[in-house]
Design a protein around this ligand. Structure first.
Ligand code: PLP
Length: 370
Protein backbone atom coordinates (compact mmCIF):
# COMPACT_ATOMS: atom_id res chain seq x y z
CA UNK A 1 0.00 0.00 0.00
CA UNK A 2 1.01 3.60 -0.50
CA UNK A 3 -0.13 5.83 2.32
CA UNK A 4 -0.11 9.45 1.17
CA UNK A 5 -2.60 11.00 3.60
CA UNK A 6 -0.24 12.16 6.34
CA UNK A 7 -2.18 15.39 6.85
CA UNK A 8 -5.11 13.23 8.04
CA UNK A 9 -3.01 11.18 10.43
CA UNK A 10 0.43 9.59 10.63
CA UNK A 11 1.94 6.25 11.60
CA UNK A 12 3.19 6.07 15.18
CA UNK A 13 6.95 6.53 15.34
CA UNK A 14 8.71 3.39 16.57
CA UNK A 15 10.79 5.23 19.20
CA UNK A 16 7.63 6.90 20.49
CA UNK A 17 5.98 3.48 20.70
CA UNK A 18 8.97 1.98 22.53
CA UNK A 19 8.98 4.84 25.05
CA UNK A 20 5.25 4.40 25.69
CA UNK A 21 5.37 0.67 26.49
CA UNK A 22 6.74 1.00 30.01
CA UNK A 23 3.89 3.35 30.96
CA UNK A 24 1.23 1.08 29.47
CA UNK A 25 2.41 -1.86 31.54
CA UNK A 26 4.88 -1.61 34.43
CA UNK A 27 4.94 2.09 35.36
CA UNK A 28 1.23 2.69 35.74
CA UNK A 29 1.21 4.73 38.95
CA UNK A 30 -1.20 7.65 39.04
CA UNK A 31 1.03 10.74 38.93
CA UNK A 32 -1.24 12.53 41.44
CA UNK A 33 -0.39 10.01 44.17
CA UNK A 34 2.26 10.94 46.74
CA UNK A 35 3.82 7.45 47.17
CA UNK A 36 7.15 6.44 45.64
CA UNK A 37 5.62 4.15 42.96
CA UNK A 38 4.09 7.25 41.31
CA UNK A 39 7.45 9.01 41.09
CA UNK A 40 8.31 7.45 37.76
CA UNK A 41 5.13 8.65 36.01
CA UNK A 42 5.33 12.06 37.69
CA UNK A 43 8.88 12.46 36.41
CA UNK A 44 7.90 11.29 32.90
CA UNK A 45 5.07 13.82 32.87
CA UNK A 46 7.38 16.63 33.94
CA UNK A 47 10.07 15.73 31.42
CA UNK A 48 7.58 15.35 28.57
CA UNK A 49 6.17 18.80 29.31
CA UNK A 50 9.69 20.24 29.30
CA UNK A 51 10.54 18.59 25.97
CA UNK A 52 7.32 19.81 24.34
CA UNK A 53 7.77 23.34 25.70
CA UNK A 54 11.33 23.55 24.36
CA UNK A 55 10.16 22.44 20.88
CA UNK A 56 7.95 25.55 20.57
CA UNK A 57 10.06 27.86 22.78
CA UNK A 58 7.48 27.98 25.57
CA UNK A 59 7.83 27.55 29.32
CA UNK A 60 6.80 24.13 30.68
CA UNK A 61 3.99 25.68 32.75
CA UNK A 62 2.53 27.17 29.56
CA UNK A 63 1.87 23.68 28.08
CA UNK A 64 -1.45 21.99 28.95
CA UNK A 65 -2.16 18.44 27.81
CA UNK A 66 -5.46 17.84 25.99
CA UNK A 67 -7.05 15.05 23.95
CA UNK A 68 -5.93 16.64 20.66
CA UNK A 69 -6.42 19.50 18.24
CA UNK A 70 -10.21 19.67 18.47
CA UNK A 71 -10.19 19.97 22.24
CA UNK A 72 -7.40 22.53 22.19
CA UNK A 73 -9.29 24.72 19.70
CA UNK A 74 -12.55 24.46 21.66
CA UNK A 75 -10.85 25.26 24.92
CA UNK A 76 -8.80 28.17 23.58
CA UNK A 77 -11.75 29.96 21.99
CA UNK A 78 -14.59 29.15 24.39
CA UNK A 79 -12.46 29.25 27.53
CA UNK A 80 -11.02 32.62 26.55
CA UNK A 81 -14.16 34.33 25.19
CA UNK A 82 -16.26 33.49 28.22
CA UNK A 83 -13.93 35.60 30.36
CA UNK A 84 -14.04 38.62 28.06
CA UNK A 85 -16.13 41.79 28.06
CA UNK A 86 -15.45 42.31 24.36
CA UNK A 87 -17.63 40.25 22.07
CA UNK A 88 -15.86 40.12 18.70
CA UNK A 89 -14.07 36.94 17.57
CA UNK A 90 -12.23 37.04 14.24
CA UNK A 91 -11.27 33.84 12.42
CA UNK A 92 -10.18 33.04 8.89
CA UNK A 93 -12.73 31.49 6.55
CA UNK A 94 -10.39 28.52 5.87
CA UNK A 95 -10.10 27.24 9.44
CA UNK A 96 -10.60 23.57 10.26
CA UNK A 97 -14.11 22.70 11.49
CA UNK A 98 -12.64 22.40 15.00
CA UNK A 99 -12.41 26.21 14.93
CA UNK A 100 -15.31 27.01 12.57
CA UNK A 101 -17.88 24.98 14.51
CA UNK A 102 -16.53 26.32 17.80
CA UNK A 103 -17.07 29.93 16.75
CA UNK A 104 -20.49 29.06 15.31
CA UNK A 105 -21.38 27.77 18.75
CA UNK A 106 -20.12 31.05 20.27
CA UNK A 107 -22.19 32.96 17.70
CA UNK A 108 -25.35 31.17 18.86
CA UNK A 109 -24.55 32.42 22.36
CA UNK A 110 -24.49 36.02 21.14
CA UNK A 111 -20.82 36.61 20.30
CA UNK A 112 -19.99 38.68 17.24
CA UNK A 113 -18.10 36.35 14.90
CA UNK A 114 -16.32 37.77 11.91
CA UNK A 115 -14.70 35.79 9.06
CA UNK A 116 -11.59 36.87 7.16
CA UNK A 117 -11.35 36.36 3.40
CA UNK A 118 -8.27 34.76 1.89
CA UNK A 119 -6.33 35.27 -1.33
CA UNK A 120 -6.61 32.82 -4.24
CA UNK A 121 -3.54 31.15 -2.71
CA UNK A 122 -5.32 30.57 0.59
CA UNK A 123 -3.50 33.23 2.58
CA UNK A 124 -4.92 35.80 5.03
CA UNK A 125 -3.24 39.12 4.30
CA UNK A 126 -2.57 41.48 7.21
CA UNK A 127 -4.67 44.16 5.39
CA UNK A 128 -7.67 41.79 5.51
CA UNK A 129 -7.41 41.62 9.28
CA UNK A 130 -6.92 45.41 9.52
CA UNK A 131 -10.26 45.92 7.74
CA UNK A 132 -12.25 43.74 10.20
CA UNK A 133 -10.59 44.32 13.57
CA UNK A 134 -11.87 46.92 16.03
CA UNK A 135 -11.55 47.79 19.72
CA UNK A 136 -14.36 45.36 20.57
CA UNK A 137 -12.26 42.42 19.34
CA UNK A 138 -11.26 39.96 22.07
CA UNK A 139 -9.47 37.32 20.02
CA UNK A 140 -8.15 36.69 16.52
CA UNK A 141 -7.67 33.06 15.50
CA UNK A 142 -5.82 32.19 12.31
CA UNK A 143 -4.40 28.75 11.63
CA UNK A 144 -0.63 28.40 11.27
CA UNK A 145 -0.93 26.38 8.06
CA UNK A 146 -4.00 25.15 6.22
CA UNK A 147 -4.72 21.42 6.30
CA UNK A 148 -6.27 21.18 2.83
CA UNK A 149 -3.88 23.23 0.70
CA UNK A 150 -0.89 23.70 3.01
CA UNK A 151 -0.62 27.51 2.79
CA UNK A 152 1.39 28.96 5.67
CA UNK A 153 -0.11 32.11 7.18
CA UNK A 154 1.74 35.30 8.18
CA UNK A 155 1.07 34.64 11.88
CA UNK A 156 3.65 37.11 13.27
CA UNK A 157 2.12 40.05 11.38
CA UNK A 158 -1.43 38.98 12.25
CA UNK A 159 -0.55 38.60 15.94
CA UNK A 160 0.99 42.05 15.96
CA UNK A 161 -2.16 43.62 14.50
CA UNK A 162 -4.33 41.77 17.04
CA UNK A 163 -2.18 43.03 19.90
CA UNK A 164 -2.39 46.58 18.56
CA UNK A 165 -6.14 46.43 19.25
CA UNK A 166 -5.71 44.78 22.65
CA UNK A 167 -6.90 41.41 21.32
CA UNK A 168 -5.28 38.03 21.96
CA UNK A 169 -3.99 35.83 19.13
CA UNK A 170 -4.70 32.11 18.85
CA UNK A 171 -3.34 29.81 16.17
CA UNK A 172 -4.45 26.29 15.28
CA UNK A 173 -0.99 24.88 14.54
CA UNK A 174 -2.12 21.25 14.27
CA UNK A 175 -0.62 20.88 10.78
CA UNK A 176 2.49 22.93 11.51
CA UNK A 177 3.94 21.70 14.81
CA UNK A 178 6.68 19.14 14.15
CA UNK A 179 6.78 20.01 10.43
CA UNK A 180 7.93 23.63 10.30
CA UNK A 181 9.60 25.86 12.90
CA UNK A 182 7.16 27.17 15.49
CA UNK A 183 8.49 29.67 18.04
CA UNK A 184 5.59 31.05 20.06
CA UNK A 185 7.65 33.82 21.66
CA UNK A 186 9.20 35.09 18.44
CA UNK A 187 5.84 35.02 16.67
CA UNK A 188 3.89 36.66 19.50
CA UNK A 189 1.33 33.85 19.85
CA UNK A 190 -0.89 33.81 22.96
CA UNK A 191 -2.54 30.41 22.48
CA UNK A 192 -1.56 27.57 20.17
CA UNK A 193 -3.21 24.21 19.47
CA UNK A 194 -1.34 21.04 18.51
CA UNK A 195 -2.08 17.35 18.06
CA UNK A 196 0.34 14.41 18.37
CA UNK A 197 -1.08 12.17 15.65
CA UNK A 198 -0.08 14.70 12.99
CA UNK A 199 3.62 14.34 13.84
CA UNK A 200 3.90 10.55 14.26
CA UNK A 201 2.76 10.60 17.86
CA UNK A 202 -0.23 8.66 19.21
CA UNK A 203 -3.85 9.61 18.45
CA UNK A 204 -6.05 11.18 21.13
CA UNK A 205 -3.41 13.40 22.71
CA UNK A 206 -2.38 16.98 22.06
CA UNK A 207 -1.67 20.19 23.87
CA UNK A 208 -2.67 23.79 24.18
CA UNK A 209 -0.01 26.42 24.75
CA UNK A 210 -1.37 29.24 26.91
CA UNK A 211 1.01 32.13 27.40
CA UNK A 212 1.53 33.10 31.03
CA UNK A 213 -0.92 35.88 31.89
CA UNK A 214 -3.62 34.83 29.37
CA UNK A 215 -6.72 33.94 31.36
CA UNK A 216 -9.07 31.12 30.36
CA UNK A 217 -11.82 29.20 32.13
CA UNK A 218 -10.83 25.57 32.82
CA UNK A 219 -11.83 23.12 30.09
CA UNK A 220 -12.81 20.41 32.57
CA UNK A 221 -13.72 20.74 36.22
CA UNK A 222 -12.63 18.02 38.62
CA UNK A 223 -9.23 17.17 40.05
CA UNK A 224 -6.16 19.38 40.19
CA UNK A 225 -4.45 17.98 37.08
CA UNK A 226 -3.02 20.47 34.57
CA UNK A 227 -3.01 23.16 37.28
CA UNK A 228 -6.78 22.64 37.76
CA UNK A 229 -7.43 23.80 34.21
CA UNK A 230 -8.04 20.40 32.59
CA UNK A 231 -9.07 17.84 35.16
CA UNK A 232 -8.80 14.08 34.67
CA UNK A 233 -6.06 11.50 35.23
CA UNK A 234 -3.30 12.14 32.72
CA UNK A 235 -2.74 9.77 29.80
CA UNK A 236 0.94 9.33 30.64
CA UNK A 237 1.83 6.76 27.92
CA UNK A 238 0.37 9.01 25.21
CA UNK A 239 2.03 12.12 26.66
CA UNK A 240 5.42 10.36 26.71
CA UNK A 241 4.89 9.17 23.12
CA UNK A 242 3.92 12.67 22.01
CA UNK A 243 7.08 14.19 23.53
CA UNK A 244 9.38 11.61 21.90
CA UNK A 245 7.66 12.01 18.52
CA UNK A 246 7.74 15.81 18.67
CA UNK A 247 11.41 16.00 19.62
CA UNK A 248 12.32 13.61 16.81
CA UNK A 249 10.16 15.49 14.27
CA UNK A 250 11.56 18.87 15.26
CA UNK A 251 15.14 17.62 14.99
CA UNK A 252 14.41 16.36 11.46
CA UNK A 253 12.58 19.44 10.12
CA UNK A 254 15.31 20.70 7.74
CA UNK A 255 16.18 17.25 6.42
CA UNK A 256 12.51 16.29 5.92
CA UNK A 257 11.80 19.57 4.15
CA UNK A 258 14.38 18.77 1.46
CA UNK A 259 13.17 15.19 1.08
CA UNK A 260 9.50 16.16 0.84
CA UNK A 261 10.21 18.95 -1.63
CA UNK A 262 11.89 16.39 -3.89
CA UNK A 263 8.83 14.15 -3.71
CA UNK A 264 6.58 17.10 -4.56
CA UNK A 265 8.70 18.03 -7.56
CA UNK A 266 8.73 14.47 -8.84
CA UNK A 267 4.94 14.32 -8.55
CA UNK A 268 4.29 17.62 -10.31
CA UNK A 269 6.80 17.04 -13.11
CA UNK A 270 5.48 13.50 -13.67
CA UNK A 271 1.88 14.67 -13.97
CA UNK A 272 2.88 17.52 -16.31
CA UNK A 273 4.93 15.21 -18.49
CA UNK A 274 1.88 12.98 -18.86
CA UNK A 275 -0.15 16.01 -20.02
CA UNK A 276 -2.74 15.92 -17.26
CA UNK A 277 -4.81 19.11 -16.99
CA UNK A 278 -4.56 20.20 -13.33
CA UNK A 279 -3.77 23.10 -11.06
CA UNK A 280 -1.90 22.96 -7.79
CA UNK A 281 -3.67 24.84 -4.99
CA UNK A 282 -2.07 26.85 -2.21
CA UNK A 283 0.76 29.28 -1.67
CA UNK A 284 4.41 29.07 -2.61
CA UNK A 285 5.15 29.08 1.12
CA UNK A 286 3.42 25.86 2.12
CA UNK A 287 3.71 22.80 4.36
CA UNK A 288 6.35 20.40 3.05
CA UNK A 289 4.73 17.40 1.35
CA UNK A 290 1.18 18.81 1.26
CA UNK A 291 0.03 18.83 -2.38
CA UNK A 292 -3.53 19.80 -3.26
CA UNK A 293 -4.29 19.10 -6.91
CA UNK A 294 -7.42 19.98 -8.88
CA UNK A 295 -7.97 18.01 -12.09
CA UNK A 296 -10.18 19.64 -14.73
CA UNK A 297 -13.66 18.14 -15.22
CA UNK A 298 -12.96 15.32 -12.81
CA UNK A 299 -14.37 14.23 -9.44
CA UNK A 300 -12.25 14.08 -6.29
CA UNK A 301 -14.43 11.40 -4.74
CA UNK A 302 -14.08 9.19 -7.82
CA UNK A 303 -10.29 9.71 -7.84
CA UNK A 304 -10.05 8.77 -4.15
CA UNK A 305 -11.96 5.51 -4.71
CA UNK A 306 -10.12 4.55 -7.90
CA UNK A 307 -6.77 5.15 -6.16
CA UNK A 308 -8.03 3.18 -3.17
CA UNK A 309 -8.64 0.18 -5.46
CA UNK A 310 -5.01 0.50 -6.53
CA UNK A 311 -3.82 0.51 -2.90
CA UNK A 312 -3.10 4.25 -2.77
CA UNK A 313 -4.55 6.36 0.03
CA UNK A 314 -5.12 10.09 -0.42
CA UNK A 315 -7.81 12.52 0.64
CA UNK A 316 -10.37 14.65 -1.22
CA UNK A 317 -9.97 17.65 1.07
CA UNK A 318 -9.67 17.44 4.82
CA UNK A 319 -10.27 13.99 6.32
CA UNK A 320 -13.43 15.15 8.00
CA UNK A 321 -14.82 16.20 4.62
CA UNK A 322 -14.16 12.94 2.82
CA UNK A 323 -17.85 11.95 2.72
CA UNK A 324 -18.79 15.26 1.21
CA UNK A 325 -18.62 15.54 -2.57
CA UNK A 326 -19.29 19.29 -2.42
CA UNK A 327 -16.46 21.72 -2.99
CA UNK A 328 -14.81 22.32 0.37
CA UNK A 329 -15.15 25.65 2.20
CA UNK A 330 -11.40 26.17 1.73
CA UNK A 331 -11.42 25.82 -2.08
CA UNK A 332 -14.58 27.95 -2.24
CA UNK A 333 -12.98 30.72 -0.14
CA UNK A 334 -9.94 30.63 -2.46
CA UNK A 335 -12.17 30.90 -5.54
CA UNK A 336 -10.80 27.78 -7.27
CA UNK A 337 -12.74 27.57 -10.60
CA UNK A 338 -15.66 25.10 -10.38
CA UNK A 339 -14.48 22.87 -13.26
CA UNK A 340 -11.25 22.26 -11.35
CA UNK A 341 -12.45 22.45 -7.73
CA UNK A 342 -14.68 19.36 -7.99
CA UNK A 343 -11.72 17.26 -9.10
CA UNK A 344 -9.54 17.99 -6.08
CA UNK A 345 -7.44 15.52 -4.14
CA UNK A 346 -4.90 16.17 -1.39
CA UNK A 347 -1.75 14.08 -1.46
CA UNK A 348 0.23 14.52 1.75
CA UNK A 349 3.60 12.83 1.92
CA UNK A 350 5.26 11.85 5.16
CA UNK A 351 8.61 10.58 6.36
CA UNK A 352 8.04 7.03 5.07
CA UNK A 353 7.19 7.96 1.46
CA UNK A 354 9.69 7.28 -1.33
CA UNK A 355 10.28 8.34 -4.94
CA UNK A 356 8.89 4.94 -5.99
CA UNK A 357 5.63 5.78 -4.21
CA UNK A 358 5.44 9.03 -6.14
CA UNK A 359 6.06 7.35 -9.49
CA UNK A 360 3.33 4.83 -8.71
CA UNK A 361 0.91 7.64 -7.86
CA UNK A 362 1.76 9.44 -11.12
CA UNK A 363 1.20 6.25 -13.16
CA UNK A 364 -2.06 5.46 -11.38
CA UNK A 365 -3.48 8.98 -11.80
CA UNK A 366 -2.46 8.95 -15.45
CA UNK A 367 -4.26 5.63 -16.01
CA UNK A 368 -7.43 6.91 -14.33
CA UNK A 369 -7.48 10.30 -16.05
CA UNK A 370 -6.33 9.48 -19.60
N1 PLP B 1 -7.05 21.53 13.18
C1 PLP B 1 -6.50 21.18 12.03
C2 PLP B 1 -5.87 22.22 11.15
C3 PLP B 1 -6.51 19.84 11.61
O1 PLP B 1 -5.95 19.49 10.45
C4 PLP B 1 -7.11 18.87 12.46
C5 PLP B 1 -7.20 17.45 12.05
O2 PLP B 1 -7.42 17.12 10.90
C6 PLP B 1 -7.66 19.30 13.68
C7 PLP B 1 -7.61 20.64 14.01
C8 PLP B 1 -8.27 18.33 14.65
O3 PLP B 1 -7.27 17.66 15.36
P1 PLP B 1 -7.58 16.30 16.20
O4 PLP B 1 -7.83 15.24 15.18
O5 PLP B 1 -6.35 16.05 17.00
O6 PLP B 1 -8.76 16.59 17.05
Amino acid sequence: MIYADNAATTKLDIDAFDAMKEFLTDSFGNPSQPYSFARRTKKALRESREIIASCINALPEEVYFTSGGTESDNWALKGFMKRQENKRVIVSSIEHHAVLHTVQSLEREGYDVCFLDVTTEGVVLPSMLESKINNDTAVVSVMFANNEVGSIQPVAELAEIAHGYGAAFHSDAVQAVGHIDVDVKKLGIDMLSASAHKFNGPRGIGFLYIKNGIKLYPFMDGGAQERSMRAGTENVPAIVGMAVALKKSCEAISEEKIKLKNLEEELLSGLKQNNLDFIRNGAENHLPGNVSLSFRNSDGEMLLHRLDLMGIYVSTGSACDSKNTQVSHVLRAMGVPEEYAKGTIRISFGKDNTLEDVREIVDSLTKILS
